[in-house]
Design a protein around this ligand. Structure first.
Ligand code: N01
Length: 514
């Protein structure tokens, strides 16, 4: 099958053993891992028309990865053909599509199928799913809906009545012709710093609205030479070696980020030097210099952001936005700036994903209700007390700013596949993580986070929730998470057996049940 061949969507089954919601890096990875472990009775429900998730959706100009591709890829599908060190969005999307097609799991996908509700039915011990294609049930639910899937729109008075083109960076309107137009970009996060330089030559003017200046580091991006690509393809071990080297180099950052924030000062010096060399205008230098410790918000990497801001037809506006009035953005000092298009690059609903409203556990409460008291909490970022047989990928405190999320996803997948295998081999129909185990796990996480730069660096970031808790980031070396998730720890769970297994239970061959 050609790599870009169209996918044929399947019918929604009435029941499946395992339902996976979403087919980005995590959902597709789950499908491939389950298939390899011999599980055939699963279905992937994907609201889009192909695999790829965030890499399918974020098609804004300049979209690229901040983690080198040899690490930002599946360990089971290394790619010797990456064309450059930091791949662009089209190349990553193509990679994920190819993995999906080659793994032979697309025949278990239902595309264009949005899950609108998932309710645990205690009496039947299964999940009842409402979807845009009808209803179905599943014994096990894997939430792979992603943390960066739901665009967050700014609440600016009058913006809905704006007279021109208006869209979010993650929902780029490719029909909107920006040639020669006056454009406003709201936000200066990872997406904005990629898209502004990419459109700067096309548009006549850009107003960039900055609320908080980000710290920037150099982007060591370059095309691979033909010799390197030949070596990646033909010399055994070279790909793995490259991957290991990138992994080790990135992991050293954890020492400063999580353990000793004062060490981050060295990065600050590099970033300040970058500002001095890449920007001529002293006033602009002042505006782009952050007022918090580097690492507190995600460190960004780019070589073209400051030079783009320094251009004649690009203005950096730091007065806050008051409102949108007709075709003008009005700042708090009363200045109105006319534009033809507004691009909002204001990030995603991470700690308040709409999917949390749609998943209801054994007491009927949604995940949002459960998370309302203390914020998002899970065990090993994957299971949540009161939500039996639910596994969440890229769940609470599994996020990273410095290295590859695919590494965390694959760690979770080890754990989930082992859990599903354990349930099958022991005849267990219901697992629910013990509340005391989950609480102890989270107390330990917060203790580790307390001294980190994310908590002490003096910034407001989407890493923190409404309570000021960091419920998004993993606060340690990632190999420690890999170690924690190597095996499913049945003793941390309350479990129930199926009727066939009761005989085995009577013989005392199954432990850990209630
Ligand atoms: O979003 P963000 P993003 N008025 O939340 C500002 C990943 N990613 O789409 O800092 C005015 O980082 C907000 O200001 P402030 C990556 O994990 C990865 O850029 O909150 N401004 C900020 O400047 C990343 O972290 C790659 O004060 C408002 C910006 O909007 C995540 O996606 C590439 C505002 C939002 O920044 C999200 O990045 C791209 C308002 N009302 C993205 N609300 C890779 O390379 C928000 N802002 C892997």
């Amino acid at each position: 099958m050609a790599d870009d061949s169209p996918v044929k969507s399947q019918q929604l089954p009435s029941h499946t053993h395992i339902a996976i919601v979403g087919s980005g890096f995590s959902g597709l990875g789950a499908a491939v891992n389950l298939e390899e472990a011999g599980h055939r009775d699963f279905v992937v429900l994907e609201r889009g028309d192909d695999v790829g998730g965030t890499w399918r959706d974020n098609t804004y100009p300049g979209a690229a990865c901040d983690v080198p591709s040899h690490l930002y890829s599946y360990s089971f599908a290394l790619n010797p053909n990456w064309t450059r060190s930091f791949s662009t969005q089209p190349e990553i999307e193509e990679y994920i599509r190819r993995v999906g097609r080659r793994a032979g799991v697309l025949d278990r996908h239902v595309f264009g199928c949005a899950v609108t509700r998932a309710v645990w039915r205690e009496e039947r011990r299964h999940w009842e799913l409402s979807t845009s294609h009808g209803t179905m049930t599943a014994d096990v639910l894997i939430g792979a809906f992603g943390a960066l899937a739901e665009p967050s729109l700014p609440d600016i008075p009058g913006i809905d009545d704006f007279d021109g083109a208006l869209f979010h960076s993650a929902q780029w309107d490719h029909d909107a012709d920006l040639t020669g137009k006056r454009v406003a970009v709201i936000g200066t996060g990872a997406s904005a710093i990629q898209l502004v330089p990419a459109i700067a030559d096309t548009v006549s003017h850009i107003d960039v609205y900055q609320r908080t200046a980000p710290w920037l580091l150099p982007r060591f991006d370059r095309p691979f030479t033909r010799v390197e690509r030949w070596a990646f393809r033909n010399i055994p071990g070279v790909l793995r070696l490259a991957r290991a080297g990138i992994y080790a180099a990135r992991e050293t950052q954890v020492v400063g980020l999580a353990k000793n924030p004062r060490l981050m000062k060295a990065f600050e010096l590099i970033s300040r030097a970058k500002i001095r060399t890449e920007i001529k205008d002293p006033e602009l230098r002042r505006k782009v210099t952050p007022n918090f410790r580097i690492g507190c918000k995600r460190m960004l990497i780019a070589n073209d952001w400051y030079p783009a801001l320094d251009r004649e037809h690009v203005d950096l506006i730091t007065e806050g936005i008051r409102e949108v009035d007709g075709s003008a953005i009005v700042t708090k000092d009363g200045t109105a700036r006319e534009v033809d298009a507004i691009i909002v690059a204001t990030g995603f609903h991470v700690t308040d994903s709409p999917m949390f409203d749609r998943i209801c556990g054994s007491d009927g409460r949604s995940l949002s209700q459960t998370f309302a008291d203390k914020g998002m909490r899970a065990y090993k970022g994957t299971t949540v007390a009161g939500y039996p047989n639910l596994f969440v990928l890229v769940g609470p405190n599994t996020g990273l700013g410095h290295t590859s999320m695919v590494y965390m996803i694959e760690s979770q997948l080890n754990y989930i596949v082992d859990a599903v295998n354990t349930m099958k081999s022991r005849g267990i129909t219901r697992i629910d993580v013990r509340q005391d185990v989950q609480d102890a796990y989270n107390d330990e996480l917060q203790r580790k986070l307390a001294g980190s730069v994310w908590m002490t660096g003096g910034c407001a970031s989407w890493y923190l929730d409404a309570h000021g808790n960091n419920t998004t980031l993993w606060p340690d070396f990632t190999f420690r998470f890999r170690r924690q998730t190597r095996r499913f720890d049945l003793d941390s769970y309350e479990t129930s057996l199926d009727i066939d297994a009761s005989t085995a239970r009577a013989k005392g061959t199954v432990r850990g049940f209630n």
